[in-house]
Design a protein around this ligand. Structure first.
Ligand SMILES: Nc1ncnc2c1ncn2[C@@H]1O[C@H](COP(=O)(O)OP(=O)(O)OP(=O)(O)O)[C@@H](O)[C@H]1O
Length: 538
């Protein structure tokens, strides 16, 4: 249908409706006029008045209904809006902030001004050494926010950094376990651990932490340790404790000891593969040379295994321990002295740097942690560092590294009480722990050394591999009680029956893998040379 036609149909419809409406209206008015007996104008006016009044009444009624409905809706919305505010307030009222922790952590800048430590997420326990705070930092924060500002937090608690230790939790990054000591650390000594306690420790314990638990490093494998501290602060005692624990916890290892203080490490002489008591740099250099040769030998074996696609060879760990190392890097300002010091520093750096693969670890101690005592190129190679009491923060940096105070929660060793001996800051794997070294009874150390030797003997007897010619030569010379033996005298012991001395010497040297030396007694072998050669081949 067209639009035009629809419009004309609509007009017809509306006109018909209007005529119908007029006819009905006229009919209704005529009926009213007839019923009431009024004139036509009065009937029209009365009807119009009644209709207007009815319309007004209907409008009033509709408005009242609309108002009523709108009123109900508004009340509902208002209630809905108010409800959450009231609920939040109720929750906040029900869970108040922990005042002490919130104030301390806000002022220390650990949490924001608008944040709180919820009291229902705080547990405070009294332990024998202090007060333990176990709490959750607000959402969006982690324990690291506290750790980074531990010194400031300690200040807020009215104690020093030394009084505070913190632990992270395995269950939640937001959980912080903070221990505030009642007294300065180690005010009361802890008893030295028993053999069983050391055996049960997962790693090598170096001492007690401030709560009396054993603290140390997870492994000494592929690691090196630098121990610095001023004289009489307990370095030697601490390292004697560490060696004792190594003997108990570490299983089989070879020990090279250089006692720069002459008697600091003597208790372990019997167990050492090589023990020297000297402050002569040449002795130090000689030991470093021997160890570097062993290291090179081990590297060669590793390389060979890789080339042959064999599993990496296993080496017996070697630990080189030097008490008072600084003297060996010092020089007398002469040209030769300076050259020797430079050479020794480079060889030591190389030895420490290679410990990772060669399994030869070094422990260097120094009582002179001054700028040039241990060359920086040597110091920087140490994975573990320890610093006992030193007089200044500057000296701490010499021992622990130039950037030590920028690490997480550093502890300043200059703040340690120098009267409580053996305290040290252990800096390992980027974290600092305050410990106190063990002060074992002599009898305990002797028994540990004896037992380690006995176990070694037993193992040797049980699984004695056939001796190499060089080992047999060493044994022969030791049994004879001589430091030197002529080739012609040694050869028959090793089954060489060649009568011609030159040929005999050649065969012997080929068998041993070492050349002979000429001495006043004739051509032959020194026990020391054979021992060094035997060591460097293992
Ligand atoms: N953990 C400890 N507990 C109790 N006493 C200790 C402890 N450590 C060391 N001492 C005591 O402190 C004194 C000094 O110790 P030690 O000889 O080990 O220090 P040092 O730093 O090696 O000294 P130096 O470098 O002068 O030889 C010793 O009398 C020792 O008994």
């Amino acid at each position: 249908m067209s639009k035009k036609q629809q419009v004309s149909d609509d007009l017809y419809g509306q006109a018909a409706g209007a005529i119908g409406g007029l006819a009905v209206t006229f009919g209704v008015l005529a009926a009213i006029k007839d019923k009431l007996g009024l004139s036509w104008p009065a009937t029209v006016l009365l009807t119009a008045g009644v209709l207007v009044a009815l319309g007004y009444g209907a409008w009033r009624l509709r408005a009242a209904i609309v108002r009523m409905l709108a009123g109900e809706a508004r009340t509902g919305t208002a209630l809905k809006q108010e409800a959450p505010t009231t609920a939040t307030e109720a929750a906040e009222e029900a869970v108040p902030a922990h005042p002490e922790l919130t104030a301390a952590l806000t002022t220390a800048g650990v949490i924001g001004r608008e944040q709180v430590i919820r009291a229902d997420e705080v547990t405070i326990t009294d332990v024998p050494t202090g007060t333990l705070y176990d709490f959750l930092v607000p959402k969006g924060r982690t324990y690291e926010d506290v750790e980074k500002r531990l010194g400031t937090v300690a200040g807020m608690f009215g104690v020093t950094r030394l009084h505070l230790t913190m632990e992270r939790s395995r269950d939640n990054e937001r959980r912080v376990k903070l221990l505030k000591l009642h007294e300065p650390p180690f005010t009361k000594p802890f008893p030295a651990p028993t053999r069983q306690e050391i055996e049960a420790y997962p790693g090598v314990p170096f001492g007690h932490d401030v709560t009396g638990r054993l603290a140390g490093v997870p492994t000494f494998d592929k690691a090196s340790l630098l121990v610095a501290g001023m004289t009489q602060m307990g370095k030697t005692t601490l390292v004697n404790g560490i060696i004792t624990c190594l003997l108990i916890a570490y299983g089989e290892f070879e020990m090279y000891l250089l006692d720069g203080k002459f008697c600091g490490l003597t208790k372990f002489e019997k167990k050492a593969v090589r023990y020297e008591s000297s402050d002569d740099p040449a002795v130090f250099e000689n030991m470093v040379d021997e160890l570097n040769a062993r290291s090179d030998n081990r590297y060669a074996k590793i390389k060979e295994a890789i080339q042959k696609r064999q599993p990496a060879p296993k080496f017996t760990p070697v630990i080189f321990i030097v008490d008072e190392a600084a003297d060996f890097f010092a020089h007398d300002e002469s040209k030769e002295g300076k050259e020797q010091a430079r050479r020794i520093a480079e060889k030591t750096r190389s030895l420490v740097a290679k410990s990772l693969e060669s399994g030869i670890s070094s422990v260097l101690m120094t009582q002179r942690p001054s700028t040039n005592a241990i060359p920086v190129m040597v110091r920087d190679q140490f994975l573990y560092r320890m610093c006992l009491y030193v007089a200044s923060a500057g000296t701490t940096k010499v021992a622990l590294g130039d950037t030590y105070f920028e690490t997480v929660a550093p502890i300043n060793p200059a703040l340690l009480d120098p009267d409580i001996k053996g305290q040290a800051v252990l800096f390992a794997n980027g974290r600092s722990t305050l410990i106190r070294g063990f002060n074992f009874e002599d009898e305990f150390i002797w028994s540990v050394v004896d037992q380690a030797i006995a176990v070694k003997q037993q193992e040797k007897t049980l699984a004695a591999p056939p001796k190499s010619p060089i080992e047999r030569a060493i044994e022969i010379m030791r049994n004879e009680g001589v430091d030197f033996m002529r080739s012609v005298d040694l050869a028959p012991h090793l089954g060489i029956t060649e009568p011609d001395p030159t040929e005999c010497g050649k065969q012997l040297s080929a068998l041993l893998g070492v050349g002979s030396g000429r001495t006043a007694q004739g051509r032959g072998y020194k026990l020391d040379d054979l021992t060094a050669a035997a060591r460097s081949s293992s």
